[in-house]
Ligand binder design. Structure first.
Ligand SMILES: NC(=O)c1ccc[n+]([C@@H]2O[C@H](COP(=O)([O-])OP(=O)(O)OC[C@H]3O[C@@H](n4cnc5c(N)ncnc54)[C@H](OP(=O)(O)O)[C@@H]3O)[C@@H](O)[C@H]2O)c1
Length: 248
């Protein structure tokens, strides 16, 4: 017997891969989207060995609006309307360069806000018609207060959280649920060049375990690891004169 159906957009993400492993072990039917077809096939082969009931892959650049319709058609052919969708694509980029580069700002806002928002609109319509499903999106604690080191990325993620809040409100009387996952820093390729270390840097496996638990507990917003809820409460409460003296 097969488990739930799961569509992952940004399946090459280190966090998404860990989530996919957990669902493969539950005999899930998977539909995986990423840019690099060879990488997708490697990930799919690994997930097959881990117990996935079926896997379909689709190579696409998620910033390409023309890729949307064929991608969703491929999804419906493979698994129908999924029980769960996970959006895990994003780019941090070199924020010190992005803040001075109009095109780089546009690219960051496109990948981190515009593309997920458009994809969610298309997915939510299908799930609303089906009257069921769960939408899981990786946003970030960076979206909770704009700061010098990453406010372009943070603004996109904050906008995405607001989008998800509204989507959850719109779908509240349907069978469709929305989970906003807000990780702190995670040790993945996205943060590899930043020289981060220490107890505030989470492993992607830890974040995936938190996501699985939040899905089971039907949560709406997840801070992962848990202590980021309280760290961000303090950071949001800091008065600007104090905040401006901090290098964040
Ligand atoms: N790592 C952190 O500290 C952290 C913290 C908070 C939130 N997040 C969020 O968590 C999510 C997963 O990130 P991660 O940490 O797992 O980093 P990651 O391993 O670098 O994954 C990011 C993925 O996004 C994909 N991607 C970017 N632009 C794309 C596009 N236009 N089309 C298709 N795929 C695209 C990348 O594909 P390629 O491999 O082809 O480049 C990459 O596989 C992201 O949304 C990120 O913003 C991460």
């Amino acid at each position: 017997m097969s488990g739930p159906s799961l569509a992952i957009f940004g399946a090459a993400s280190a966090i998404a891969e860990q989530v996919a492993r957990r669902f493969a072990a539950k005999s899930a039917r998977l539909f995986l989207v990423a840019r690099d077809p060879a990488r997708l096939e490697r990930i799919a082969a690994d997930l097959r060995l881990r117990g996935a009931a079926s896997i379909a892959t689709h190579a696409a650049d998620l910033d390409d609006p023309m890729a949307l319709a064929p991608m969703l058609e491929a999804m419906e052919t493979a698994i129908g309307v999924p029980d769960i969708v996970l959006l895990a694509f994003g780019t941090l980029g070199d924020q010190s360069a992005i803040v001075r580069d109009v095109e780089a700002t546009r690219r960051s806002l496109t990948t981190n806000f515009l593309s997920p928002a458009c994809l969610l609109t298309a997915l939510a319509g299908r799930m609303e018609s089906a009257g069921r499903g769960l939408i899981v999106v990786l946003t970030s604690v960076a979206g909770e207060r704009g700061r010098a080191s990453n406010y372009v990325y943070g603004a996109a993620k904050g906008g995405l959280s607001t989008f998800l809040e509204g989507l959850r409100h719109r779908l509240a009387s349907t069978g469709v649920r929305v989970l906003d996952v807000r990780p702190g820093p995670v040790a993945t390729p996205m943060t590899a060049g930043l020289g981060l270390s220490g107890p505030l840097l989470a492993a992607p496996g830890r974040v995936a375990a938190d996501i699985e638990r939040a899905i089971e507990k039907r949560r709406s917003v997840l801070y992962t690891p848990w202590f980021w809820r309280w760290i961000m409460l303090v950071i949001r409460a800091l008065p600007e004169p104090i905040f401006h003296r901090m290098r964040l």
